[in-house]
Design a binder for this molecule. Structure first.
Ligand code: CU
Length: 339
């Protein structure tokens, strides 16, 4: 459903409506079916309400001009004046116009609401569990050994419907990738679903859209839409266990990681680390950001984050673990091998 305008008018409308509206976190640059449908509602509302507004303003201006022109009269009004039948017709027309505007808005939002609830055939299933303040992401495989677990990053293949199953471990959060779909709450003890069918490859940004505590603003995630082959390749890499480090400092780092508190909260598949209160780190380096979009995933940020997580994300559930500079260096050298 899209409005077709003649060429030049289209270009003007596009310039007006879209100037500066493209981006990786905006509803105005849809990259999937659901976001495109929501965009139709938005544009319909803008056009219908815009026309109504202009009409009201035009009549108001007309009435003001007429009132000034009319000769002052003190004579009491009795009976029906000559203008009244015309006014009655005008009012009826106005009421009909408002009613049809509302009917258009209701119909469009009803149809779009229905389309948002539809799940495509054989959708890809992804499980997302919200935590204060990060996202657990899981792709179930046919076998338990094919299950992919990651964090703060969602990978989707283009043109394939996906259903994202949403729940929460603590408070209510809201899952929102504006370029792909609308918001959906993640509620403890309840499972919600959101359907997304990406139609454009690229990187997008999601954000928790429900105030969930101190670090609500630092609860973002990356969304990567890839072609089918790229997605499968990513999945295969994620299924693999972490490779054993070879460099001496990384070997030491692995030992330290597994003997310090890190091991209680983080999982590294294929090692003794099996904690689940924090993000899975098996393929940490394959991700773009750490701490839910808070810092870029580079050596310096990892070092700074582990040295003092609270200074980047006050209140975060990752405590400061006492480490010497050498220990910190070794642990980061180990984490850098988790590709
Ligand atoms: Cu949240």
């Amino acid at each position: 459903m899209s409005v077709r305008l003649p060429g030049p008018l289209r270009a003007a409308a596009a310039a007006l409506l879209l100037a500066g509206c493209s981006g990786i976190q905006t509803t105005l640059d849809p990259a999937g079916d659901q976001a495109r449908h929501i965009d139709v509602v938005w544009r319909t509302m803008l056009v219908v309400c815009g026309i109504m507004y202009l009409l009201v303003m035009a009549f108001l201006a007309w009435a003001l001009v007429r009132a000034r022109r009319a000769p002052p009269s003190d004579a009491p009004v009795t009976g029906e004046t000559a203008a009244e039948p015309a006014m009655r017709r005008g009012l009826a027309g106005w009421a009909a116009l408002i009613a049809s505007g509302l009917v258009v808005l209701t119909t469009v939002s009803f149809l779009v609401d229905r389309s948002l609830a539809e799940q495509g055939p054989e959708p890809l299933k992804v499980k997302v569990i919200a935590n204060q303040w990060w996202w657990y992401v899981e792709y179930q495989g046919d076998l338990p050994s094919e299950t992919v677990v990651t964090a703060n990053e969602l990978h989707l293949p283009i043109d394939r419907p996906a259903v994202i199953q949403l729940t929460s471990n603590d408070v209510i959060h809201s899952f929102w990738v504006p370029n792909l779909a609308g918001k959906m709450d993640l509620i403890p003890g309840r499972t919600n679903y959101v359907a997304v069918t990406p139609r454009r490859t690229g990187a997008f940004r999601g954000q928790c859209a429900e105030f969930c505590g101190f670090q609500h603003a630092k609860m973002a995630f990356d969304v990567k839409v890839d072609d089918a082959a790229g997605f499968e390749a990513w999945k295969r890499r994620q299924i693999a266990s972490a490779a054993d480090p070879a460099a001496p400092d990384a070997v030491l780092g692995k030992q330290l990681f597994n003997s310090k508190a890190c091991v209680m909260c983080h999982r590294v598949q294929g090692t003794d680390a099996g904690g689940s209160t924090g993000p899975d780190l098996t393929h940490l380096k394959s991700r773009t950001h750490i701490a839910a979009g808070t810092l870029p995933n580079d050596r310096g940020s990892l070092q700074a984050w582990i040295a003092d997580p609270q200074s980047f994300k006050p209140g975060t559930k990752m405590p400061r673990v006492d480490l010497t500079a050498e220990e910190l260096n070794a642990i980061v050298a180990y984490l850098e091998t988790l590709g």
